[in-house]
Design a protein around this ligand. Sequence first.
Ligand code: NDP
Length: 246
Amino acid sequence: NNPLNGKVALVTGGTRGIGAGIALRLAQDGADVAITYQHSADRAAVVAKQVEALGRRALAVQADSADPAAVRAAVDRTAAELGRLDILVNNAGVFLVGPVTELGPDEVERTIAVNVRAPYVAAQAAVRHLGAGGRIINIGSNVGERTVFPGLSLYSMSKTALIGLTRGLARELGPHGVTVNLVNPGPTDTDANPADGPNAAAIAGFTALGRFAEPAEIAATVAHLSSADGGYVTGAVVNVDGGFTG
Ligand code: NDP
């Protein structure tokens, strides 16, 4: 059962954590997969090998999401080298946290460039390649909707912006048969937010389930939204957060 057979996906920030989990799940479901990365060429190569071990084609592209030209080039290269583009997953993100008195314009610029402008630019570039049945899935955050700790103003602001982007794009691309959704992960065990980190117990305590997610649990929802079965879901904000928001 390979619901994504013949499809091509691009996952930004696919070397580790949630992005790697999504890349591998989409490959398991039958898609050829391109990933982007910023620094981790070695880890990108490992994920590409894992995709190939699943019998799919893989492509790893160095592309700093803060650079719009690099983001556009990654989208176009995916379509050129893998032959088409069906699924864009805007996953790469930066997590700059701290008091509002300490995070200044440079941090604001960086956060907006990677977390907001890059998804917009990638979607813009992808539109030319996506046909009917195409998918854009943005990765937001549970704290876009419920910000339980101080220090998250900037990060939360950037993730809340994705709600507007998702809804606007859904309206714009719906007539072309392309769906656009936002998946908001809850606390997920990754390098950025390790389940054994100093604040992990407090963070897990805000979920109904009392635990962190594994990247595969976020990826499962992305896979559903990517498949034909998810075809009537668009403009939605899907919380995969263990009840953090509820
Ligand atoms: P990680 O820090 O574990 O991994 C980040 C990934 O993004 C890496 O592959 C990294 O590549 C890539 N990346 C980072 N910055 C850039 C950039 N400027 N250009 C290109 N690639 C980049 O993050 P997570 O897996 O934890 O998070 C993934 C997404 O999920 C993010 O959008 C995050 O905001 C969101 N999220 C995470 C939660 C969590 O608890 N983990 C909760 C809610 C949302 P490289 O290895 O080359 O640096």
